[in-house]
Write a protein that binds this ligand. Structure first.
Ligand code: TRP
Length: 453
């Protein structure tokens, strides 16, 4: 690389896999299947895809435009496209969100590492009460979760320090295909179980009666969370896109991969759960309590296969979490590196150290220490709430306003069409969505979750 030339991804495939890696995370595996199951199966999937196309994709393209135009970290990219002024706050919010999510996401990612080990060592065998106790005693163990957090951050750190092309891109090109292979293996194993067809039809039978107003909101919120919108991650990655990257097409491909993984996750969880008559829930209890039981019972005819599936499942989750964490870490590292003129490795070291300390505090907050409780929530819940329910929608909303109403149209159009080398056919549709439909959609989810409407 020449001096002063900014780092960038080396290939189109690298761009798609790295950005899809940011989007595909725990949300795809522990939230989407459950939401689909609760909200009318295929009916939900259909509504979800419609929201992705109409609302999330335009927002994703907006973040791409800002990042690639700026060729800089999230804060400076917002500053540059808006011509200076208050809009850089959106970038700063992104960096803050990156720090916060990095800290609590790693706690859960660390649990996945421990569960890979526990499944391989045969420690996850026993009745449901035992599995429940295993989980609750592990999360409050004085050093085990902390060790896992440190290991997870070390992996992230090593990848980030190696740089954009040699670190992030290479790791994504290795990890994303591996993630797919693991996922497909478990889907096949799960769908071949006796009674699996019930689970498949639960997921794919459209039940339009189950669709209510809250279904729509759940689909919209999930679309934003799953595609990592409103947090500076996509802006930062887009600053490494090449000049000839077709932004709309890439966004569509990334959203397609993300949705496919979410649907496959449903095909992995429901058939197995139905075959043993367990109704799946969501979140940590699904992943760390319900599923170990399900795998154990469903594969009781071949316990070794059951353990293998469990090991693969936690490896899959760890990979999904790692590729997302890398992007969050990169938001913070690139900010420190470029704005404070320190080396990339030093920036990464600061992010890793600060986040490790906060993550350890988050992890300790499970043990009910009073001094780790704020506003009546544990540190972990507080971070989760602040990021996904406050900062993310606000960031997305302001981004739409900025591009739709404030940045001169020719600048936006120039970036959208790669300097008029691509067709501008979709531009008017995109602009309309970003000006009106997206901000209204986001405002509705935001106000609804606080009970205002
Ligand atoms: N999309 C991730 C998931 O599905 C979660 C997430 C939200 C995220 N915002 C992010 C990941 C920003 C990385 C960067 O689990």
């Amino acid at each position: 690389m020449k001096q002063n030339e900014r780092a960038s991804f080396g290939s189109k495939l690298g761009i798609i896999l790295a950005t899809a890696g940011s989007a595909v995370g725990l949300g795809n595996i522990w939230r989407f299947p459950y939401l689909a199951g609760e909200n009318g199966g295929a009916a939900f999937i259909f509504i979800y895809i419609a929201f992705v196309v109409v609302l999330a994709l335009p927002c994703m393209v907006s973040e791409f435009i800002i990042g690639r135009r700026g060729q800089a970290n999230a804060v400076r990219a917002y500053d540059l496209i808006s011509g200076g002024g208050p809009w850089r706050v959106i970038g700063l919010m992104g960096v803050l969100t990156g720090f916060l999510i990095c800290s609590y996401y790693t706690v859960v990612s660390g649990w996945c590492l421990e569960y890979i080990y526990a499944s391989a060592a045969g420690q996850l065998k026993g009745d449901p009460d035992y599995i429940q106790r295993f989980f609750s005693s592990f999360t409050v163990h004085p050093w085990k979760p902390i060790l896992c957090i440190v290991l997870f951050f070390l992996m992230t750190h090593v990848i980030i320090v190696r740089g954009v092309e040699k670190g992030i891109e290479r790791a994504s090109k290795l990890m994303m295909p591996l993630l797919f292979i693991l996922l497909l293996f478990i889907v096949v194993a799960s769908c071949l179980l006796p009674g699996a067809s019930q689970g498949i039809s639960f997921l794919f039978n459209p039940d339009w009666h189950a669709v209510t107003g809250s279904t729509l909101l759940a689909a919209l919120g999930q679309a934003f969370f799953s595609l990592s919108l409103g947090m500076g991650a996509l802006t930062t990655y887009a600053s490494y896109f090449t000049r000839d990257t077709n932004l709309t097409k890439s966004a569509a491909q990334i959203a397609g991969i993300d949705t496919l993984v979410a649907i496959l996750a449903g095909l992995m969880i429901f058939p197995a759960a139905f075959s043993v008559g367990v109704s799946p829930d969501s979140g940590p209890s699904l992943v760390f309590i319900t599923l170990p039981n399900v795998f154990q019972q469903a594969f009781s005819f071949a316990p070794a296969l059951g353990s293998l599936v469990a090991v693969m499942f936690y490896a899959l989750l760890s990979l999904a979490a790692l590729t997302s964490l890398i992007s969050l870490h990169e938001v913070c590292t690139s900010y420190l590196h470029e704005e404070f003129h320190i080396t990339r490795s030093r920036g990464a070291l600061i992010v890793t150290s600060v986040c490790t300390v906060i993550a350890i505090l988050c992890s300790l907050s499970f043990a009910d220490y009073d001094w780790l409780t704020l506003f009546g929530k544990s540190l972990f819940d507080l971070f989760d709430f602040t990021t996904s329910q406050l900062l993310m929608p606000i960031g997305g909303f302001l981004t739409c306003l900025l591009l739709g109403w404030f940045v001169p149209r020719h600048v936006v159009k120039d970036e959208f069409t790669n300097g008029s080398t691509l067709s501008a056919r979709l531009f008017a549709v995109w602009l309309f969505l970003v000006r009106f439909v997206c901000p209204i959609g986001i405002a509705i989810i935001f106000l609804n979750q606080f009970g205002v409407i």
